[in-house]
Design a protein around this ligand. Sequence first.
Ligand code: AP5
Length: 243
Amino acid sequence: MQAETTTAKKTSQVGAVILFGPPGAGKGTQAKQLIQMFQVPQISTGDILRDNVARGTELGKKAKECMASGALVSDEIVCGMVSDRLRQEDCARGFILDGFPRTVPQAEWLDTLLQEEFFQKRHARAGATGVPQVVVSIVVEYNQLLQRLTGRRTCPTCGRIYNVHFQPPRVADVCDVDGSRLETRRDDREEVIVERLKAYEEQTLPLAKYYRGKGRLFEVDGNRPADAIVGEIASLIEHGDRL
Ligand code: AP5
């Protein structure tokens, strides 16, 4: 039965899945499990930006200061980046967006891209009808977010996410998977966290209203262990268009 379910998830259309929530809600943690289940790519705008900053690209130079201060990078830069990524072949069955969209203009831009360029054309060619967006809002209380962000450690090699309070590695500061030394993100300092949460409240939270108005927003309680949440999100991805 398990094998049948897994096969179905791998072969069916998944469409555009948006993980929405404040910094530290667990978007990246959930995305990493969902991409294994559904075999579609995770598109994390934060990861793509950090990679550009680390490699010193033109895009990275433009984004660096905003990210270090906890502010959002401009819509123009981020939408250009996402547009390039979504046009890659591995996105044809769908994708998990983690950290995008984050402003109402980004959401409007994405709606247009998906309707006019992406699903209609690609899926028309493939003989499919297109798949609606599922927007999953992961709701977590403020003090829990602070603990999650200050306790986060990540593996620079495989990207696995840990937490010294809630999901510690077997050996302190060492990745369970590949033995790399774990790192603390530069924007996980308390003064930057406060700015990131402020940017979320002011610029990103209005998106909940935007998607609720379109009947596409599904809320999940994120104040539970990560494994307890992923099943609920998977079910929304599979049945969200019929709820
Ligand atoms: P980004 O990288 O997207 O950061 P974020 O949205 O602030 O989200 P985080 O990655 O901090 O949190 P998360 O929800 O993924 O939580 P995680 O799973 O890691 O963005 C960084 C910056 O890039 C932005 O500030 C901005 O400058 C720029 N940017 C990115 N996208 C942009 C856009 N679209 N527009 C403009 N600018 C953009 O979990 C956190 C911790 O909690 C971990 O330690 C984890 O182990 C732990 N944890 C997770 N789930 C649980 C659980 N259920 N129980 C206990 N612990 C848990």
